[in-house]
Design a protein around this ligand. Sequence first.
Ligand SMILES: Cc1cc2nc3c(=O)[nH]c(=O)nc-3n(C[C@H](O)[C@H](O)[C@H](O)COP(=O)(O)O)c2cc1C
Length: 196
Amino acid sequence: MNQSLSATALAQLFTEARTHHNWTTKPVSDEQIRELYETLKWGPTAVNANPARFLFIKSQSEKEKLLPALMGSNVQQVKDAPLVVVIAHDEKFYDHLPTLFPAYDMRATFESNSQMAQSTAFRNSTLQGAYLILAARALGLDAGPMSGFDNAKLDEIFFKGTTWKSNFIATLGFGEHSKVYPRGARLSFDQAAKIV
Ligand SMILES: Cc1cc2nc3c(=O)[nH]c(=O)nc-3n(C[C@H](O)[C@H](O)[C@H](O)COP(=O)(O)O)c2cc1C
């Protein structure tokens, strides 16, 4: 397992992979959605907490409900995509810890420290959202992550009365590769990193 992936695989995941804003009509099947979760779930999280929750929105009527929470061009992007996922976290993620991390009982620690629970949930659900983007690319799907929406409004629409809270959303499907935006530069190693 300690081998570098091929240049082709790295291109599909990183160097040639793009954020998509325009979509073909090709649908994503429920099997592909399940395979996406079965892949991303193996990404690491603190105390193996798995705090992220995923609401996959496929039906037209549910998608319509999401539109009022979205900003600007994100409305059209969501309308055009065959699938949208809300990456959320469960505020009570720690209820699963006795099963997920039986080596040491952390449930009570999180339950009595809401700030620690909140930062752990947010940090690790964000990571799991990133695993989702990369898992989608690995499985041949395209993704368009978006944070341009009203989280409180979305939570009111989809998660009222639950312990789920939205983090960001992502369109998923098969992008119109000819319509990607011009590629933005990235910081150089020396701008972004130090070796000490
Ligand atoms: C967390 C997150 C939030 C983003 N929010 C939006 C958004 O609200 N609307 C949008 O059109 N693009 C959004 N983007 C897309 C970014 O602008 C895009 O990923 C970035 O410019 C890199 O593009 P590239 O992958 O094609 O190089 C978001 C990306 C991320 C990761």
